[in-house]
Structure formats: C-alpha cells, structure tokens
Design a protein around this ligand. Sequence first.
Ligand code: 2HA
Ligand code: ZN
Length: 272
Amino acid sequence: MKDFMRSNKELKNIIRETAEIAGYLWQRGWAERNASNISVNIADIFQEEISDYSAFPFHTLPLSYPKLSGKYFLVTGTGKRMRDLARKPMKNSLILQLNGDASGYWIISQNIGDAENFLPTSELPTHLGIHQMIAERGSNEKVVMHTHAHELVTLTHAKEFCDQENLNKVLWSMHPETVIFVPKGVGFVPYLLPGSNEIAAETLKALQNHDVALWEKHGVFAIGRSVAETFDVIDILAKSANIFFMCRSANILPDSFSEAQLAELRKLAENF
Ligand code: 2HA
Ligand code: ZN
C-alpha cells in the first residue's frame, strides 16, 4: 500500500471491512472463482492532494459519469478471487480516481509499469452507473456489491418468482427480519447478458426503488452505506429463501404470516 493510504485510518478500516466481507462471500459459496465484485465510494474520507498524476496508469471509460468527477473509489480487481482478497485486500483491489470530466480514471494505488498491475472489475460501468445514480438523488449509500447468492438465484429458475410481486411476497413471508430490514424488497431484473449496457440500465431502474436488484439466473446487485450493511441485506434475503427451500424439501407448505402480522412488522420497520 502506498504511504498516503497507509496513514489514513478510515481508509484502512474500510479496506479491512471489505476483506472481512469478501471472506464471507467466499464462505457462503457465493463467490466461485472470480465471482463477486465490490466498489466503495471513499470520496468523503479520502481527499489526496496529488500534484503529479503522470506516474499512475490512466484508462478511458466507454461512458462518462459527470456527477462522479474527481471522486475516489475502492474497487475489487478484475479476475480476482474474493478468497484471496480476504487475505490480501490491496493485492486484489485498487483505488481509482475519476478525472475532471469523469470520462476516465487513474489507478492511484498502482504505478505505471508495475508487474503486478491489474484492472478494476469488468462490471465497473454498472458500479459507476449506480454510484452516479446515488450522487444524483443525493442519498447516502457508499457501497455497490455484486455476488452470486445462489439461494436467491435458485428462486429465479421458477417462472412464478420471475414476477417481482410474487418474489417479494415469498421472501417477506418467510422471516420477520426480511420485512423489517428489507422493507423495499428486491427489484427483479429479467435475464440479460452479464456485463452488457442493457443489464446495467435495467439494474439502475431496479435500484431506483430498491436496495437490491436480483438478476434472473445470475446473482444480486446491492447498495448500502457500508460493506457490512450491504452484505447483511443479501444475507437476510438468502435466509428467507433458505427457509422456503427447507420447507419445500421437508414437504411443508409454508404457513407464512397473516396480513395483520405483516402490517405489524411493517410498522416496526418504520423505526429502523
Ligand atoms: O466478478 O460475477 O458477473 C465476476 C462476476 C461478473
Ligand atoms: Zn456475476
């Protein structure tokens, strides 16, 4: 890690938290091979006066993100494994800064020509699109997380759950926590090619009214104020899906909550 990063306590804490959560993604079986990617908007805690950018690798972006001009992000690396990131976060993630018109970025955690250089996640355009949407609406989410939460993916193999209303109904009816901590439910994104502009656009739409977008037959994109909080929401949703599957495999038709019980839980949720 470069010295100007080492001296920033808050940044070190975010890197530590990201590493811890990356380990959980792997342990949960949600991060096979290089699956999963995380980005954190660190602009609030990291403003480095850099006088000479010529030493850092620069890359142009296919689109520009004007609201993110000059902002800094911690981003996981392309092709990197979450299980490796858990042990060596800065060998598997990087810090980038967008340029003035946000049409490209410097990787300020690397030097031009270093043998170990690598690029940010292939899903960077979706991540930046989401961070830009957050900046436009002025809400306080800092983290975007993509992972292959297979419990939720499994639900999307059933046509009946490729319907946002049905999907949220089943998730909310399995566990009180889901109603309390995921009151907006999930936004459903029908199958589209991963990494495409189309899936990025649909994900942005889904995240306008939800904190989690569920990609049919692929995984989730979630947003939150911290890496741990973003993981928690996916974890809670996965718990609901797990209870549903356990009921089904035990040949139990889930009893679910009554409307009155759900209303009571929703009221409770307003206080969180
Ligand atoms: O990080 O999961 O969808 C690799 C992926 C892409
Ligand atoms: Zn994926």
